[in-house]
Design a protein around this ligand. Structure first.
Ligand SMILES: Nc1ncnc2c1ncn2[C@@H]1O[C@H](COP(=O)(O)OP(=O)(O)O)[C@@H](O)[C@H]1O
Ligand SMILES: NC(=O)OP(=O)(O)O
Length: 311
């Protein structure tokens, strides 16, 4: 039986609860297909669009002085973890029942330790929230003091600090649940960023990259494979240019070469490739795959996706 960590992109989950309820059904079908093939599947989901929308909504409500308290970004991240975990676990439970597979499903509210001195706090790169036109982005930036960047040809998005995940606080609980054959959803939105203080853990306003958190989780639980699911079937070189070319296989050395050439956009494809490099490391038996949700099962069978391996 294989242990697979599946990282599901926040952009694949839609922009509203209504859209998300539909998206998780498709995700659940692919996830349960994988459970039937691999056995042990741990799910990590993104939260970029969701945490951005929750934070923006909370901010407008707070500023409207209608009795809504201020909700810092870290609490919005925790809200998004619960909200997405709830939808995902419900959809997976339904799909398992439909196929007569008896397995428990549970979401772990996960905190992830970060370094308060991480250079990410001086250089925000994590796109969150909706995509805007340049004019809309400039207007919100002026109003709210947010920073916006162009996101991989799809429009402008607010960026926030994204420190590296150092330690998963609830890792022992997650391990025990996997041993008990529970389908675990953990490290949602990359995990809730925390630091250790004398009084205990304390939340920090940031959004951890869920691909990097997935890589950390994969290493911690000794996963055989990391499957990064996003909106594209394969990673490309010269992305969005006339000479764009899809990559089938990428060695670690090639991946570093492409990174040096600037082939992967920061905050979108770059952290995915970095997460795969980190997961595979020096181990010839480890495999990471980047593909789309729809192609997940074919990718596991070796029919599509970009496979990252040592050689
Ligand atoms: N070199 C590249 N190859 C393929 N896609 C790329 C590349 N560079 C940037 N992208 C973009 O990155 C997106 C994946 O990042 P993103 O949407 O932020 O991830 P997530 O699915 O985790 O939310 C792809 O859908 C694509 O639009
Ligand atoms: N937290 C995070 O990485 O979210 P996305 O996958 O939505 O970018």
């Amino acid at each position: 039986m294989e242990k697979v960590v599946l990282a599901l992109g926040g952009n694949a989950l839609g922009n509203s609860p209504q859209e998300q309820l539909i998206a998780v059904k498709t995700a659940a079908a692919s996830i349960v297909d994988l459970i039937e093939v691999a056995g042990n599947v741990v799910i990590v989901h993104g939260n970029g669009p969701q945490v951005g929308v929750i934070n923006l909504g909370m901010d407008y409500a707070y500023k409207a002085e209608i009795g809504v308290p201020e909700f810092p970004l870290v609490e919005c991240g925790a809200l998004s973890q619960g909200y997405i975990g709830y939808h995902l676990q419900q959809a997976i439970q339904t799909e398992l029942q439909k196929r007569n597979i008896k397995k428990d499903v549970a979401t772990v509210v996960t905190q992830v330790l970060i370094d308060q001195e991480d250079k990410a706090f001086k250089n925000p790169t994590k796109p969150i929230g909706n995509f805007y036109s340049k004019e809309e982005a400039d207007k919100i930036a002026e109003e709210k003091g947010f920073t916006f960047v162009e996101d991989a040809g799809r429009g402008y998005r607010r960026v926030v600090p994204s420190p590296r995940p150092a330690e998963i606080v609830e890792i022992n609980a997650i391990r025990k649940m996997i041993e008990d054959d529970i389908v675990v959803i953990a490290c949602g939105g990359g995990g809730i960023p925390v630091i250790k203080t004398e009084e205990g853990y304390k939340g920090v306003d940031a959004v951890i990259d869920k691909d990097l958190a997935s890589s950390k989780l994969s290493a911690d639980i000794g996963a055989d494979a990391l499957l990064v699911l996003t909106a594209v079937d394969k990673v490309c070189v010269n992305f969005n240019k006339p000479n764009q070319k899809a990559i089938d296989n990428m060695s670690i050395a090639e991946a570093y070469q492409y990174i040096e050439e600037g082939q992967f956009a920061p905050g979108s494809m770059l952290p995915k490739v970095e997460a795969c490099i980190e997961f595979v490391g020096d181990d010839p038996n480890k495999k990471a795959i980047i593909t789309s949700l729809e192609s997940a099962q074919d990718a596991v069978k070796g029919l599509t996706g970009t496979v990252i391996s040592k050689n």
